[in-house]
Design a protein around this ligand. Structure first.
Ligand code: GLN
Length: 196
C-alpha cells in the first residue's frame, strides 16, 4: 500500500511532534507553508502553538484562502489546541482582529482555563477512538463553548466542559495527543484520509 501523503501546517507551533507521530504511523508527511504544498497533500494537521500568530502568518504567506478552500472542499483535518481555535466558525477571546479558518460549527473560547490552571493533564474517555482512557495534556487550552447541529462532541472533561469535536472529516481537540504518544486521534485522522 502506498503511504498517505499528509501535511502539517508549518507556520508556527508543535510541527515536529505531529510530524514524528504521523511518520511513525507510516504517513508521508510534508511541512506546509505555501499553496503549492497544500495542493499536493490529502489531509492536513493544524498544530498547537499560538493561534493568533498562525492566523497572521497564514495571511502573510497567502495561505488563508487556500486553507479555507481546502477545508470547505472536504479535506480531512486534525487540529489540536491552537489548531482547534483555527477550525472554529466562532471565536471568543481572540486578540483584536484575529480570524479563524472555520470548518467546525462550534464556538471556541481561547485561553479558557486562565490563571493558575494554565496547564494540566487528565484522563478522558473517548469512545470515538475506543480502548483505554486518553491521557490528555492541556496547555493554555481553549474549550468548546457551544456546538452547532453540524458538529458532534467526542470528548468532555468530568465537569462537562467540551474538549473534542468532530464534523465529517474534521477533528478538533483542546489537548495535545502529539505530546503524549497518544496515536489514536492521528490514526482516526489517517483513516479519514484513506476513506476520502
Ligand atoms: N493559547 C493558544 C492560542 O491561543 C493555544 C495553546 C496551545 O496550542 N497549546 O492559540
Amino acid at each position: 500500500m502506498t503511504a498517505l501523503r499528509v501535511g502539517v501546517l508549518a507556520l508556527q507551533g508543535d510541527v515536529r511532534e505531529h510530524t514524528r507521530m504521523l511518520t511513525g504511523l507510516g504517513a508521508d508527511v510534508v511541512p506546509i507553508r505555501r499553496p503549492e504544498e497544500l495542493a499536493r497533500v490529502e489531509g492536513l494537521v493544524l498544530p498547537g502553538g499560538e493561534s493568533s500568530v498562525i492566523d497572521k502568518l497564514s495571511r502573510a504567506f497567502g495561505m488563508r484562502e487556500p486553507l479555507r478552500a481546502a477545508i470547505a472542499d472536504g479535506m480531512p483535518v486534525l487540529g489540536t489546541c491552537a489548531g482547534l481555535i483555527l477550525l472554529a466558525e466562532r471565536l471568543v477571546d481572540g486578540i483584536e482582529g484575529q480570524q479563524t479558518l472555520g470548518g467546525l460549527d462550534v464556538t471556541v473560547r481561547r485561553n479558557a482555563f486562565g490563571g493558575q490552571v494554565e496547564s494540566f493533564e487528565t484522563e478522558l474517555d473517548v469512545p470515538a477512538v475506543g480502548g483505554p482512557p486518553v491521557r490528555a495534556t492541556f496547555i493554555r487550552a481553549p474549550i468548546v463553548e457551544e456546538v452547532g447541529p453540524a458538529a458532534e462532541v467526542i470528548a468532555s472533561l468530568p465537569d462537562g466542559r467540551l474538549v473534542g469535536v468532530r464534523q465529517d472529516a474534521i477533528i478538533g481537540l483542546s489537548f495535545h495527543p502529539e505530546l503524549d504518544s497518544e496515536t489514536r486521534f492521528h490514526e482516526l485522522f489517517l483513516a479519514s484520509v484513506r476513506d476520502a
